[in-house]
Design a protein around this ligand. Structure first.
Ligand code: PLP
Ligand code: COI
Length: 338
């Protein structure tokens, strides 16, 4: 195996095994291990027609001590349960979720990037309606799967400031819709607007609240945060996916003696912020250099020296150090697995 660990993209690479479990007649079966990258799926499966599917994303990290760490998996398990309840999927019990992710990591140990490479093993749980229906109704069968794949940084820039564009002509999610849960349809709804942003040279787009187009919602597939003085500010909105990274950064900010505000954030307010960024499992923090609002002609600028702001750097390092086991974990976020 010859992997250039230091230059991994955020993409799919085949590994040795993945795990699967079916729910039939309301009962979860046994966890199955396979090396097949394909699934045999009925052409009328509800995930294919009606988007009855949910996924999760988390990472396993190799410590200096050679121990494998997984981060806050319980929060991902609970989020997948909320997603399942939101679109009538079978709910995956926490123990099954845990057994599946641990097994998937253990079976692919040789793909966990070595400590110090900045890479990690991305864990992707997936839950789909696999039974055939033609009418719009929930499936009678569900498939829960977990695969893993080694990944590098989400953005090619890595932990470098990037440019974003305000998106006013598309919404990712509706106020009483599914933005707060992690279901495939939300991502399909974001593809066109994100591609338009990429074509104009932006790393991602910033969505505003769908109702008033006044408040910041999400930053592509990531949460938004800003730093003003000694305060960490992040939007509260019913259409935002509660990011586990964001929750962790809020705790770390408090530990650093900062105030944390979670409330609606009007777009114009960011002119007063010292630092802004996007956060999520994939990128941890993506510092933002420039936010362009093509409709108003306003450009919000940060990181004028080209470097991420000092608070973002501090928060990023603290979180990553805990994840890799370079610093103690006072929050109980890490589980070490054999
Ligand atoms: N927002 C959206 C829409 C996402 O898809 C993700 C990624 O999972 C996040 C935010 C970040 O969440 P987390 O920090 O739990 O990865
Ligand atoms: C994240 O982990 O921050 C993401 O946005 C995941 C993405 C690949 C869906």
């Amino acid at each position: 195996m010859n992997i250039d660990w230091g230059n991994l993209p955020f993409g799919y690479m085949p590994t040795d095994h993945n795990v699967r479990c079916y729910n039939r007649n309301g009962e979860w079966g046994e966890l199955e291990i396979t090396s097949d990258e394909y699934i045999s799926l009925h052409m009328a499966a509800t995930c294919l027609h009606y988007g009855q599917e949910s996924f999760e994303g988390m990472k396993a990290y190799m410590g200096k001590d050679g121990k494998i760490r997984i981060f806050r998996w319980q929060d991902n398990a609970r989020r997948m349960q909320r997603s399942a309840e939101g679109i009538k999927l079978a709910v995956v019990p926490e123990k099954l979720f845990h057994d599946a992710i641990v097994k998937a990591v253990q079976l692919n140990k040789r793909f966990i990037p070595p400590h110090g490479t900045g890479a990690s093993l991305y864990i992707r749980p997936l839950l789909i309606g696999s039974g055939p229906e033609v009418g719009v109704k929930p499936s009678g069968e569900y498939l829960f799967m977990v695969f893993v794949t080694p990944v590098g940084p989400y953005f090619k820039e890595g932990f470098r400031p990037m440019n974003m564009m305000v998106c006013r002509d598309f919404d990712r999610a509706a106020p009483l819709g599914t933005g707060h849960i992690k279901v495939g349809g939300n991502y399909a709804a974001s593809l066109l607007s994100m591609e338009k942003g990429h074509e104009k040279g932006f790393a991602s787009v910033i969505y505003l609240d769908a109702k008033e187009k006044k408040y910041i919602d999400e930053c592509g597939p990531a949460n938004f945060f800003g730093i003003r003085g000694n305060t960490y500010i992040t939007p509260a909105s019913p259409t935002i996916l509660p990011s586990i990274t964001n929750l962790s950064l809020q705790d770390l900010a408090k530990e650093l003696g900062m105030e944390v505000e979670k409330r609606p954030v009007p777009l114009e307010e960011i002119a007063e912020f010292d630092e802004v960024g996007a956060c999520g499992t994939a990128a941890v923090i993506s510092p933002i250099k420039k936010i362009v609002d093509p409709d108003t002609g306003i450009t919000y600028e940060y990181c004028k020296d080209g470097n991420p702001g000092p608070v973002s750097v501090k928060l990023y390092n603290k979180l990553v150090d805990i994840q890799y086991g370079d610093e103690p974990d006072p929050f109980g976020w890490i589980e070490i697995i054999d």
